[in-house]
Design a binder for this molecule. Structure first.
Ligand code: ADP
Ligand code: MG
Length: 312
């Protein structure tokens, strides 16, 4: 293929809606040997739909559970939150104007907590409710149901009240991006190591990995944002060690949608943000895919290779 100057390479990528922050980063794209993907909003569209919702334990009915979920999620920006708010609206449940919400806090990689009408309420995943000591108190039937939803590939969540326990459970499901499998396949064919890191449960992780053709030993689930950071640090260590004195640079790329991804984006040699994701992520990243189409990763890596050839 024909070599390309920095300016021409940056212009060509920009024209495709790929914003690369400078010639050095464009050149670095040609040396990518490991690509780490976030799952939600990156390999998947991050557009969940509600598949199951049940009241648990008889404290609240299904409508009350959905209403409280909606109140809890309205202030949060996770892709999962909008789904629960919209599901409530679709069933004619408006957020009750007299719900007094205080101390709303995002629990990164776990869920949210807030005081609602003086009561401490939690929404989030198994890990959160294990930490709160509420998951073990869940009866066997409900626990089995949660596990079966997880095995179907869904993302399972719970609603809990402090001092009471779990009063509701739900499952949402996401769609894998249509181009994800071919992008992962192309990268692996070019001997790029591809990994997926997620804060979601094992079932949802396995389901996405199978759909995009990722070997399961390259998949890690139930990670906190901190644990994701450490996984990338250890991959960076591995790639540096394998690069001998005379061997070429082997760089690591992280691709995320920005919800909790800022530390990973800045640690990777090349951080790639999805343009439809959080604004902060675009600021922290070296590359932004404006329309969030993953196949543009392949184009930008190819362009990076061509730029390398002109400088050599
Ligand atoms: P991912 O790594 O897939 O992008 P996150 O780190 O953003 O996922 O979130 C990890 C998990 O934490 C989610 O799969 C979900 O179970 C839970 N979670 C995060 N935010 C919320 C929220 N606002 N409401 C309920 N659960 C949440
Ligand atoms: Mg994410």
């Amino acid at each position: 293929s024909t070599p390309v100057t920095y300016a021409a390479g940056l212009a060509a990528t920009a024209q495709k809606g790929i914003i690369v922050k400078g010639g050095a980063k464009l050149e670095a794209l040609g040396s990518v040997k490991t690509v780490v993907f976030d799952k939600t909003g990156t390999l998947t569209e991050g557009k969940f739909h509600l598949t199951h919702l049940d009241a648990v334990g008889g404290m609240k009915d299904r409508r009350e559970v959905l209403s409280l979920l909606s109140t809890m999620e309205a202030p949060s920006s996770h892709p999962l939150a909008a789904t629960l708010v919209n599901a409530a609206k679709a069933e004619g449940i408006e957020q009750s104007a007299n719900a007094q919400v205080a101390d709303h806090t995002i629990l990164h990689g776990e869920g949210v907590q807030a005081m609602v009408n003086g009561e401490q309420v939690y929404v989030g995943n198994v890990r959160l409710f294990e930490r709160l000591g509420m998951y073990d108190a869940l009866n066997v039937v409900d626990r089995r149901r949660a596990e079966s939803w997880n095995e179907e590939g869904g993302t399972v969540g719970f609603l809990g009240l402090d001092g009471v326990g779990i009063v509701g459970m739900f499952c949402v499901s996401d769609v894998v991006r249509s181009e994800a499998a071919s992008v992962v396949g192309s990268l692996m064919k070019d001997e790029v190591k591809v990994l997926m890191l997620t804060g979601d449960g094992e079932g949802a992780a396995i389901s996405v990995a199978e759909k995009v053709g990722l070997p399961l030993w390259n998949v890690k689930s139930r990670l906190t944002p901190d644990a994701k950071f450490h996984c990338i640090a250890s991959e960076l260590g591995l790639s540096k060690r394998s690069g001998g004195l005379f061997s070429k640079k082997e760089l690591l790329m992280f691709v995320g949608d920005g919800v909790n991804d800022a530390p990973a984006l800045s640690l990777a040699d090349i951080g790639v943000a999805m343009g439809e994701g959080a604004a902060l992520a675009m600021e922290m990243s070296d590359v932004t895919l404006m329309d969030s189409k993953l196949d543009k990763l392949l184009f930008s890596i190819q362009m990076g290779t061509k730029v390398v050839m002109t400088v050599q």
